[in-house]
Ligand binder design. Structure first.
Ligand code: TYM
Length: 339
């Protein structure tokens, strides 16, 4: 008998246009997992509304991200590509898990602390932002995912999902597989181009701090030429030169090479030449994706077919786990004759 494939789940939150950090930290790693694992790749729109969104922009962005997924090499015939809100089990499971999570562990999430430290008034912080890691746990656990490929910033949330799963399993008997994060080495954390002590983020106000997957080549070249480096003037891979280190990591993540190889090929050459090279490596990687994504976006019907097909499969799987959860916590099964 053929061995059952292990399950992979991951998602991106469409709260802003997706960055090179999202692409290298997440999508690029997802591609290589498609043959070995059964993969579910989701667009987490329910996560995006934890902060205020412009509705029409959010809808547009969800389609754009789906187009980028496909253009980057995610194959909808191999992997399940879908939109989170099209699978109601995510929200329902999230409520049940909210009752197994505790306030203490949620208050300790560093992303929550970072995001809310900027907002002084508690009253302006949505309860959704606080509960967000529980929704993320529901996303992962209802597919019985073994692995969650993410950037290092999401590691803590995956660990929390594991804790919640473990707690539920011991309270109600074995229900969930315990998930592990899967983190790529060179792209674990792509840094802000203007401040390499911070993560590159789609929600940053300064557009020079990030590269978007859909940034035109001249914009990519300009942003890289302005990227903050240092006064050392030598291409080294060291924590003392975080800007240069970040650019080397970008090259390594794209080309699948080691930092020493990049350093060796730039021996005796300056930052200007190095940055031109980095920009070309990024443009070469992103240009074909942009072309394909823009082509896909001209045919909304095809995208609609893809996400509908994905949602049908995802609903079947997610509902199975949700039914189990409902039964275990003691909810009376519904008999809905009018449906
Ligand atoms: P999000 O949308 O912030 O990021 C999506 C993915 O991109 C990775 N990432 C990065 N990797 C390297 N360098 C960076 N600068 C960088 N910025 C972002 C993130 O680690 C992530 O893998 N809550 C999640 C989305 C989500 C999810 C899930 C993920 C919802 N449900 C279930 C995994 C499993 C989020 O906001 O990611």
């Amino acid at each position: 008998m053929e061995e059952k494939k292990k399950i992979v789940f991951s998602a991106i939150k469409p709260s802003g246009d997706i960055t090179l950090g999202n692409y290298l930290g997440a999508i690029k790693n997802w591609i290589g997992l498609q043959d070995e694992y059964e993969c579910y790749y989701c667009i987490a729109d329910l996560h995006a509304i934890t902060v205020k969104q412009v509705p029409a922009q959010l809808r547009k962005r969800v389609l754009e991200i789906l187009a980028i997924y496909i253009a980057s090499g995610l194959d909808y015939r191999k992997s399940t590509l879908f939109v989170q809100s099209h699978v109601p089990a995510h929200s329902e499971a999230s409520w049940i898990l909210t009752c197994s999570a505790n306030m203490g562990e949620l208050s300790r999430m560093t992303q929550y602390k970072d995001k809310t430290s900027k907002l002084k008034e508690n009253s302006s912080i949505s309860a959704g932002l606080f509960n967000y890691p529980v929704l993320m746990a529901a996303d992962i656990l209802i597919y019985q995912a073994d692995f969650v490929p993410v950037g290092v910033d999401q590691k803590q949330h995956v660990e929390l999902s594991r804790d919640i799963a473990q707690r539920f399993n011991s309270a109600y008997s074995e229900t969930f597989v315990l998930p592990d994060s899967k983190i790529s080495e060179s792209a674990a954390k792509i840094m802000d181009l203007t401040d390499p002590s911070k993560k590159m983020s789609k929600s940053d106000d300064n557009e020079n701090s990030y590269i978007l997957v859909l940034d035109p080549p001249d914009v990519i070249r300009r942003k890289i030429s302005r990227a903050v480096t240092d006064s050392v003037g030598v291409v080294n891979y060291t924590d003392d030169q975080p800007g240069v280190k970040n650019l080397i990591n970008i090259v390594c993540a794209i080309k699948g090479i080691r930092p020493e190889e990049v350093v060796a090929s730039f021996e005796g050459r300056g930052y200007k030449e190095f940055k031109e090279y980095v920009a070309e490596v990024i443009v070469e990687e992103l240009e074909p994706i942009q072309k394909k994504a823009n082509e896909l976006l001209t045919d909304k019907t095809q995208l609609e077919e893809i996400y509908t097909e994905g949602a049908m499969k995802a609903n079947r799987i997610a509902l199975k786990t949700l039914r189990k959860m409902q039964k275990k916590v003691g909810l009376l099964p519904a008999v809905l004759k009018y449906l």
